[in-house]
Design a protein around this ligand. Structure first.
Ligand SMILES: [Fe+2]
Ligand SMILES: [Fe+2]
Length: 216
């Protein structure tokens, strides 16, 4: 039986101008070249972009910025692990631990520093959302949260319990901070349940978010 995929909530199509449509096409074309050896990653990226765009419409945020950040968020996944670490070092990204322990965290930060060299028009808010999509942060903007959550729930992700909960929250337009918290917390729980290394920065962010929620 064919696996049933979650469907992105139906929303009104954003009304992009000519220039925006042109840029979206250009970013998608460039990504197809960048990820030509990784077709599943390319599909994931385009799917995150569509999910983020729909979420932006649902939550009254900028759909174009969400779409663009989604398209480009995994840009640096084109590089192998060694190259991602080497680029992070070149850009002065220091996570305070042995880089080999946190290889998975670098690609957002690397992309956020590399992409403006190619496309100086990318906004600071798009770059920040890309930068933060692997780690989250204590002071996430709505766009940061949308890209982070979309990455975790796009239709190609398996419909496991934690992800289903986040999808249901998006469908009923639960407050974005609650949706992000659920998604971020799922990520931390996954790291613990699979006996993986938890980067101390993630723990600090978790504590900051938990305290902020407790204070209301
Ligand atoms: Fe990523
Ligand atoms: Fe991703």
């Amino acid at each position: 039986m064919a696996e049933k995929h979650w469907k992105i909530p139906k929303v009104q199509a954003p009304d992009y101008d000519r220039e925006q449509r042109g840029r979206i096409a250009a970013y998608e074309e460039a990504l197809a070249v960048q990820l030509s050896a990784k077709p599943a990653r390319l599909e994931h990226s385009l799917s995150v972009a569509r999910t983020a765009e729909a979420m932006a419409v649902l939550y009254g945020e900028d759909a174009y910025e969400a779409r663009v950040a989604g398209i480009l968020h995994d840009w640096a996944k084109a590089y192998d692990d060694d190259a991602q670490r080497a680029r992070a070092e070149r850009y002065g990204v220091d996570l305070g631990v042995d880089p080999a322990l946190v290889t998975n965290l670098y690609h957002g930060m690397v992309a956020a520093r590399e992409l403006p060299e190619r496309w100086p028009e990318l906004s600071a808010s798009v770059l920040q959302a890309i930068d933060r999509h692997t780690t989250g942060a204590a002071d996430m903007t709505p766009l940061d949260m949308i890209v982070f959550v979309a990455d975790g729930i796009e239709p190609r992700r398996k419909d496991v319990q934690g992800i289903r909960r986040v999808r249901e929250m998006v469908e009923r337009r639960a407050p974005l901070t609650d949706v992000f918290w659920e998604s971020f917390r799922n990520g931390v729980v996954y790291v613990l349940q699979t006996d993986r290394y938890l980067w101390p920065g993630t723990l600090s962010t978790y504590n900051a978010l938990a305290l902020a929620r407790a204070r209301g």
